[in-house]
Design a protein around this ligand. Sequence first.
Ligand SMILES: *Cc1c(COP(=O)(O)O)cnc(C)c1O
Length: 409
Amino acid sequence: MKTLADIRALDAADPLAGFRARFTLPDGVIYLDGNSLGALPVDVPARMEDVIRREWGEDLIRSWNTNDWINAPGRLGAKIARLIGAGDDEVIAGESTSVNIFKALCACIQLSPGRSIILSEAGNFPTDAYMMEGIAAFSGGRIRQSLVAREAIEDALTEDVAALLLTHTHYKSGQLHDMAALTRKAHAKGIPVIWDLSHSAGAMPVSLNAFEADFAVGCGYKYLNGGPGAPAFLFAAKRHHDKIFPVLSGWLGHARPFAFDDGYEAAPGIDRFQCGTPGILGMAALEVGLDIMLEADMDDVRAKSQALGDLFIELVEARLDGFELRSPRNAAERGSQVSIAHPDGYAIMQALIARGVIGDFRAPDILRFGFTPLYVSHEDVWTAVDTLAGVMQSGEWRQERFSVRSAVT
Ligand SMILES: *Cc1c(COP(=O)(O)O)cnc(C)c1O
């Protein structure tokens, strides 16, 4: 087992160590939940103050032009594109991931005339499956949802499938799909693929265009540190743009929104995936997070994320009994999180949070720990496991208050 001295040496050699100072985290907190809500960048409050007082308060409606509000979705989209291997005219920021899943699924259905199945993985993040159910219900029987086990996905790629929707990094286990291989296999059957990058964007290099991906979506508030409910993003490969009549054909996706024509004419390119007026306050916060992320070398981010996860697994296995690893042991098959299971996982996580180590719980029994390389150190991992060992040894998690369920876990 590594000693604390070994671990401190790793931090001393960490090329990303300087990024910690760019985030505001309360004293006494070790934050291992950046995969659910990224930490607050130090520069966000001042930027929000400026966008509210000056851009909104003083410049008022002129800001759509003078402060370039109107181009925020495309400008932020181009920044996100650099993190996910896309062209700068292939990504738009806005909406929630759920809404972008709807847009992308409907686009795939249009690209796949005569096909009736929209396919995903059983146990995917619920909203992905729920959005599919909504489309199936709305279609009046023309479109059917199919959810199959992870191992059965390849066999389910048939010529009836209109869309394959997969989450690259599984939200519970952290297990990665082989994006290149699955995209290739789906394309061999003429199936467009949507990659949900919610737990991948900002956590590791992603190369959408190298794999000829069709669509992708993801969250702005996880590893991109855009704040609660931050705008999400949608990637659509350039080759598809002009073939798609956007299902949410709002006025800001029109070729000439300020012509106020009666009829809809889709904007050329990625802009057609815009719908209504973007939330500028959310865009302003997200842009600060993106600018920080873009300063980091994504290979360094990936290397540190894997090292932190490996260290966590090593320390948990050396120091704790009764927990079962539910993430791949091999870092190459894992995103930036590690899940361990325990029958009393909920109460244990609440007791751990009470001691200042914040992870989260996913039913029925998973304690999930996210390792955000920009602000988590190797020593934080050591302290987190040490604290968890203290919670188990003292038995304090058995206190009744730790079993009371909150609305959000
Ligand atoms: C977090 C997450 C979402 C969240 O969707 P919202 O619309 O932002 O609530 C969707 N899909 C996956 C895979 C996620 O991990």
